[in-house]
Design a protein around this ligand. Sequence first.
Ligand code: NAP
Length: 288
Amino acid sequence: MTNTTPGAHIIDGVALSKQLRAQVTQRVQALKARGITPGLAVILVGENPASQVYVRNKVKGCEDCGFYSVLEKYDTDMSEAALLERIDTLNRDPTIHGILVQLPVPKQIDANKVIEAISPAKDVDGFHIASAGALMTGMPGFVPCTPYGCMKMLESIGYDLRGKHAVVIGRSNIVGKPMALLLLQKNATVTICHSATRDLKAMTLQADVIVAAVGKRNVLTADMVKPGAVVLDVGMNRNDEGKLCGDVDFEGVRQVAGWITPVPGGVGPMTITMLLVNTLESAERAAA
Ligand code: NAP
């Protein structure tokens, strides 16, 4: 993390990722010494350019930490049955501890069927209904990588959530809802906002912690933030110049907030780091 004056402290996702990935690499070496190499299979169906970048970064993250990883690319017209069959084979492959199908999948494939086909023991994205149920009930499972990374960022600044008011903007199954549950687990009082929320500003102004996970620029501006609040920006958007930006008006909000994550260099790298953590965890469980 970096201290900037004036304004908010920056929570640096690149620096924190580096630290966590060094720990992952050490744990990988310890497993390898026992003859086990954590393995991740990444499946990409179709040509979505953003997806191609994501899967490349995921596979590179694996290689850098000493994992075994396979990237399987299939044509856009791959059938649902063929994909399900491939997942079934990977479910039974002992060298593979994590299976990730990059979303979105082409329209002939039902994403829910794909997610449910992955063995919960290898569901390192944490999207399976069994993982969602485990998170909801406080049982061991896999936590979705993006909210998991957000929690690690809060932990990195020593932030105690007990009794704090956290406002999550967005209620998707992969970010907003699991984020809210994780904050609740740490004893925050949680409000979830979405597109039908009547007065978003009235909600965010009460917040000690704000997580913006919408996918729209400038959803959160300085006038909506309580001085000193922690602001985590999950959004990934493009500005008018085509540059990557989040949901938060970073320049404005950093003047008011106590802590803030930048985009790029914030939550994004943490998401991949937590995928590595989940895959390693899966391999360690299999080895236990
Ligand atoms: P999503 O499934 O489209 O969900 C967006 C949520 O935002 C929905 O719950 C929607 O409400 C809500 N919303 C839309 N407009 C709103 C508004 N004006 N005010 C308040 N809430 C509003 O998106 P997602 O998959 O959760 O992703 C959200 C963003 O995070 C995207 O930019 C995505 O690219 C990014 N993301 C980043 C990472 C990373 O690693 N950094 C990982 C995953 C996602 P309704 O439910 O009412 O429609």
